[in-house]
Every structure is written in structure tokens, then in C-alpha cells.
Design a protein around this ligand. Structure first.
Ligand code: PXP
Length: 240
């Protein structure tokens, strides 16, 4: 059964749009927990545009569900991760101007720097995942720097799916990357742009541990409520 991590950044985006103290990402995370989410993902961006420091500490302290802390490999945020001690971190690239994380992290060209970061986090007992494009050289670089896991970026797949162009090539690329990761003893996760429809092709590939899904679930929750929206996604994943 593929596990479900729910990304709750989008709840914080709504809150920050009005600079209010609601809706609360902590309350959202606790509803996701009740609905069967296997982990909660939150991205503390350097510009603090959505999730705030107090959100990740509250989720870590008050929920039982694993916290997957998405972060850039910057000194400030590494320091916070070492203090917060989430169950896992997912290291992502971060650009100030982007609307959301646009591409995967280029691990291949920064192996030395990232190896030091991975070691620091692993030494403090945190599982370390790298958010990468589904490319063989990136997967192999993650194994080389001794990351525990990869999260394969499914954003390109989701875009092609929506445009109704041929998705078979991109599915094959994801499959190759996930098989390479498994061969290298990396835990294989995926995320970005997955929704109630397009997720099924990726599920069917097999071999995935967990998907991190945010926007589709939070958007659906406007109509169906958060609990049902999480349960519906769980139901899909539990079929694989
Ligand atoms: N995984 C990572 C590393 C992400 O940056 C995001 C987006 O914040 C997600 C998963 C979830 O993507 P989406 O919100 O499109 O489901």
C-alpha cells in the first residue's frame, strides 16, 4: 500500500493572504491525521511566505503523525531542522520568484556540499530525502551522497497528463528513475501535481513508498471537507 503524505502549505497560503491567524495548518494537519494521512509535509521557505516557524513546531509537538519537513539546504533552515528534529526532511531547491517548487534539486552538481548537509541531518537521527527530477544521474548522485530517500518530481508528468499529450514517455522516465533508486537501496517517494486522476498511473508503476500530495487535496476540501478529501485519496492509494 502506498502511503500518503499530505502537504498543508496551501492552508498556510490562505491564512497568509489575509495575514490572519486562521485557517490553522495545525488544525488541518490534525484532521489529515484523523483521516488516515501517514505523514504531514510542511515547507518552511526562507521567505516564510506560507508556513511559519511556529507551525512546524506545533505540528511536531502536538501530532503523532510523522512530520516531513521540506527545506532548502541553507544554513538558517538546516539549523532549524536540527533543532526541530522532524521524522524526515526533504531537501528542495528554492527560488524566491517561483510560485511553487518548480524543478528538482540538482544534486549531481552539488554533491560535496549536499553530502555534508545529509550527514549532519542523518547524524541527528533524521531521515533525509532529496526532491529530484526523475533522471538517472540525479538518482545515482543521491545514492552517492548517502541520502536515505528520493522524492521524484512528478510535476512534468502532471502537466503532460493535463495537456492530453502522450504521457507514456514520461511515465517510462519515472519508472526508470524509481527502479534505479530501488536498486541503490533508496526509499522511493514521489510528489508534485498529483491529483485524484493522474495519480493512478504512478501508483500502477509499483515500488513507491509514499506520495506527497497537497494542492489537489486542499482544493478538493473546499467542496468536500478536508477529512473526506484525504480519505478519498487514501482509498485510491490503498488499492496499490
Ligand atoms: N513534494 C514537494 C517536494 C513539493 O515541493 C510539493 C509542493 O509544495 C509537493 C510535494 C506537493 O505538490 P502539490 O501541492 O502540487 O501536490
Amino acid at each position: 500500500m502506498i502511503k500518503l503524505g499530505v502537504n498543508i502549505d496551501h492552508v498556510a497560503t490562505l491564512r497568509q493572504a489575509r495575514k490572519e491567524d486562521f485557517p490553522s495548518p495545525l488544525t488541518a494537519a490534525s484532521i489529515c491525521e484523523k483521516a488516515g494521512a501517514d505523514s504531514i509535509t510542511a515547507h518552511l521557505r526562507e521567505d516564510r511566505r506560507h508556513i511559519q516557524d511556529k507551525d512546524v513546531y506545533a505540528i511536531k509537538d502536538q501530532l503523532r503523525t510523522r512530520l516531513n519537513f521540506e527545506m532548502a539546504a541553507s544554513e538558517e533552515i538546516i539549523k532549524i531542522a536540527l533543532d526541530l528534529k522532524p521524522y524526515s526532511v526533504c531537501i528542495v531547491p528554492e527560488k524566491r520568484q517561483e510560485i511553487t517548487t518548480e524543478g528538482g534539486l540538482d544534486v549531481f552538481s552539488q554533491k560535496q556540499k549536499l553530502k555534508t548537509t545529509v550527514k549532519k541531518l542523518k547524524d541527528s537521527g533524521i531521515i533525509v530525502s532529496m526532491f529530484i527530477d526523475p533522471k538517472i544521474e540525479q538518482v545515482e548522485a543521491c545514492a552517492e551522497i548517502q541520502a536515505d530517500a528520493v522524492e521524484l518530481h512528478t510535476g512534468k508528468y502532471a502537466r503532460i497528463y493535463k495537456s492530453k499529450l502522450n504521457i507514456l514517455d514520461e511515465i517510462e522516465i519515472i519508472k526508470e528513475a524509481s527502479m534505479t533508486a530501488a536498486r541503490n537501496n533508496l526509499i522511493v517517494n514521489a510528489g508534485h501535481g498529483l491529483d485524484y486522476k493522474n495519480v493512478r498511473n504512478i501508483c500502477a508503476l509499483g515500488g513507491f513508498n509514499e506520495f506527497n500530495i497537497g494542492f489537489a487535496i486542499i482544493a478538493q476540501s473546499i467542496f468536500d471537507g478536508l477529512e473526506k478529501s484525504v480519505r478519498d485519496m487514501k482509498d485510491i492509494l490503498s488499492g496499490y
